[in-house]
Design a binder for this molecule. Structure first.
Ligand code: ADP
Ligand code: G6P
Length: 483
């Protein structure tokens, strides 16, 4: 049994250089946070981009950078500024991300960035080929690297390759608008196993394969001349124990051990004991529905004015992809909306929205999850949404209400939360009302079911299921060849 090579655009840590010192900061986002627990477990190497362009790395620091990454079981693919521009800010985040999240109007179809995407995918494939032995298992992740499976297969026809898409796969009607749709599908078909978060994404993919490539598809299998590819859904879980134990530890903290944020949240609770804290946490991304959420909050305050001074919304948004114009526009829109709503509704003793635009350390995430009465997540489209799962895992006394968009992949597994359509303000305002007034016994009975499920289908189980399925696929292939 060889090693596992994980490959994704983001490594588990991002490097920063300041005054000649290298710091590794944890990457944010579902892929990195989820796979981190898998990576720390066994014999694996993680290949990806360090987050720095070649131009940003002084020559004399290059060996130190490699050492810093090796300490995290990682190895880097070097990308220059033009490559990052065309591949990451360009094709990945101005073409595929908006298209796969049904923001067709944001999607740009530019030949130049497609060409850079191809060249950079080849770089990632070459990095794998350099490190891989024939008995290794290669696990390729996400929309930035959809051509890599076939590029590796071309050079190593018998190596075991899995691919997992962390974002939605859109319906055929959306996917077909991509000028390079056949090439993208052919790239993915280099894998032995292709995984998605939900059954719907899996069906959309199979439908595109059948209709665009005319291939034979039966249930979960795609038949090629010399291989059968399996397609399946594997809903990603979280490191449940890490979150629930951190929450338990957190409750034991004496005042002196508490973070500033925790102390602030506690004093807020003490001064307004019957006020409710509503929390939302996301990357600042248009797919997350942050601007609509703010409008819906205003709608709620107008529909249920008795909750003025009785609720507070905390918006924690982590900066993301800020070179892409749509993200810059969104930042401006959110800044303005927060300013306007706070301006319209604040009183001398009450500011309705606390808005933080930053990444926060794990400890502060736990502070926020454990202090909030309601988690409110309203993505317009989301492959999974792990924040919803993290919130539930930290509710050790089982109180707390999750309001979740039905457009998030995680909604399929979280029926006991209050599911809403993020475009329906009336329904959202009523869900907030219901959450604020939900009896504690009901909160506990809903969360008991959710927690049990999340504990069982944790991220380790997700990774094991994927890897076992990939192994079974390999065994099936070997049996077919020997017939
Ligand atoms: P996405 O993958 O689209 O970013 P997810 O909800 O699936 O969305 O995953 C986001 C991950 O990033 C979660 O694990 C969450 O804890 C983490 N995260 C989100 N916002 C922040 C933040 N401001 N600071 C630190 N971590 C964050
Ligand atoms: C989502 C994507 C990941 C990505 C993450 C953060 O989770 O599925 O592939 O890494 O967002 O985005 P970023 O562009 O910062 O890597």
């Amino acid at each position: 049994m060889g090693k596992t090579i994980i490959i994704s655009n983001r490594l588990p840590v991002q490097l920063q250089i300041s005054n000649g010192t290298i710091t590794a900061i944890p990457s944010v986002g579902g892929l990195a946070t989820g796979m981190k627990s898998v990576h720390s477990g066994g014999d694996s190497l993680w290949i990806g981009w360090s987050g720095l362009t070649d131009e940003e790395i002084p020559k004399k620091l290059a060996p130190k950078i490699d050492e810093a990454l090796a300490a995290h079981g990682s190895s880097k693919v070097n990308l220059n500024a033009a490559e990052v521009d065309g591949f990451y800010f360009g094709f990945s985040n101005r073409t595929i991300w908006p298209l796969f999240h049904y923001f067709l109007e944001y999607s740009e179809f530019e030949l130049d960035s497609w060409n850079v995407y191809k060249a950079v995918n080849q770089k990632f494939a070459d990095a794998i080929l350099e490190k891989a032995d024939d008995d290794d298992t290669i696990w390729i992740h996400d929309y930035q690297l959809m051509l890599v499976p076939q590029m590796v297969r071309d050079q190593r026809p018998n190596i075991s390759i899995g691919f997992f898409l962390h974002i939605p796969f859109p319906s055929f009607e959306i996917f077909r608008t991509l000028p390079w749709r056949e090439e993208v599908l052919q790239g993915l078909l280099g894998a032995d196993l292709i995984g998605f978060h939900t059954y719907d994404y899996e069906r959309h993919f199979l439908s595109s394969v059948r209709r665009l490539l005319g291939m034979e598809v039966s249930f979960n299998d795609i038949y090629l001349d010399n291989r059968i590819i399996k397609v399946d859904s594997f809903p990603m879980g979280i490191d449940y124990k890490k979150f629930s134990e951190a929450a338990k530890e957190h409750q034991k903290n004496t005042t002196a051990q508490q973070s500033d944020l925790q102390q602030r949240l506690n004093s807020h609770k003490k001064s307004t004991p019957d006020a409710k804290l509503i929390l939302s946490i996301d990357r600042l991304d248009y797919s997350k529905g942050i601007a609509k959420r703010l409008n819906a909050f205003e709608y709620f305050l107008n529909k249920y004015p008795q909750y003025k001074e009785k609720v507070r919304l905390i918006i924690l948004a982590v900066p993301s992809r800020s070179n892409v114009p749509q993200y810059q526009l969104l930042k401006k829109e959110v800044d303005e909306l927060v300013g306007r709503i706070n301006g319209d509704f604040s009183t001398v003793s009450w500011t309705p929205i606390w808005y933080f635009y930053r990444s926060v350390p794990f400890e502060n995430l736990i502070d926020l999850y454990t202090s909030s009465d309601i988690a409110w997540l309203t993505p317009l489209r989301d492959g999974m949404n792990l924040v919803a799962k993290e919130y539930i895992a930290t509710r050790t006394d089982r109180t707390g209400v999750l309001i979740l968009s039905e457009m998030a992949g995680s909604a399929n597994e979280m029926n006991e939360s209050l599911l809403i359509n993020p475009n329906n303000f009336e329904q959202i305002a009523d869900a907030l009302y219901e959450a604020i007034n939900m009896p504690v016994a009901e909160q506990k009975s809903r969360n008991a079911i959710l927690q049990k499920r999340l504990e069982r289908y944790n991220v380790e189980k997700w990774a094991n299921d994927f890897m076992s399925s990939l192994q079974a696929q390999k065994d099936r292939d070997a049996a077919n060849v020997s017939k």
